[in-house]
Write a protein that binds this ligand. Sequence first.
Ligand SMILES: *[C@@H]1O[C@H](CO)[C@@H](O)[C@H](O)[C@H]1NC(C)=O
Ligand SMILES: [Cu+2]
Length: 310
Amino acid sequence: MLQLTLLALAFATQRVHAHGGVLAYSNAGNWYDGWHPYNTPVGQTTIQRPWATYDPIQDATASTVACNDDGQPGPNQLTATVAAGSSITAYWNSVWPHPQGPMLTYLAQCPGSTCNGVNANSLKWFKIDHAGLLSGTVGNGKWASGKMIDSNNSWTSTIPSTVPSGPYLIRFETIALHSLPAQIYPECAQLQITGGGSRAPTSSELVSFPGGYKNTDPGLTVNLYTQEAMTQTTYIIPGPPLYGSGGGSPGTTQPPVTTTPATTQPPVSTAPAGTVPQYGQCGGIGWSGGTGCISPWTCKKINDYYFQCL
Ligand SMILES: *[C@@H]1O[C@H](CO)[C@@H](O)[C@H](O)[C@H]1NC(C)=O
Ligand SMILES: [Cu+2]
């Protein structure tokens, strides 16, 4: 037992240097310690859904994209009672290492009177808060996750005063874009929202996880290390339109996005002198930029969506 604890400690210390997750929450002066992924599950009581690893999720279609691995109810699962209209803060590990990427917050109402025992993958989620590129360019700008780091590694979202009262999961998320595939870090907690309103989310505001994101979403495939990124000032945050943003009202449905044909460009071994710098993208499904690397780098396939000059 002692050996196990020491092993877990060593593991935790080692992992603190890379990645992480939401470790605690606060609301209206109350502090809620989160799940400790590297401690034994025995005896842990927290409002947070259990999760197992500081590692990111790098596949938007994984079941763990809902509430991390595994995000199902804990043995002694607690629920925080919070007022509609109040703000709730999630605290990430200090210092969060990834300052490039968006911050997103979702709610999902559970059927019945409690989220206890409810599978996170069975729920419909709506987005109550998001922030992406705050200023500057994609390649050299200020991102919401950088603001999170500056804010004591925490992110605060307001529970809309108009959501119906009831049992909910809240899903805080940061996505790190410093490498591809993008790194998704979701964490969930159980809430009982009181004093709410009567504005249920519309169908176009609701998504499942997995389902809400695709691995081809522009917000998940953006490459920070291209020439284009140094001048690009727009970033498309993944997921559905924000709750209350008007999505789903008659006549405002979004047209289907035209998709580029999936042409996988093989790395060219005899490419002419290229323009893509080291670590820049040089190919992959949907890529329309340069494919030749600056000498002496060559274009290597990382995955179907991302070839990089290395
Ligand atoms: C900063 O976050 C830590 C948890 O990581 C918390 O204990 C501390 O109270 C926070 N400080 C402020 C000023 O909110
Ligand atoms: Cu990391």
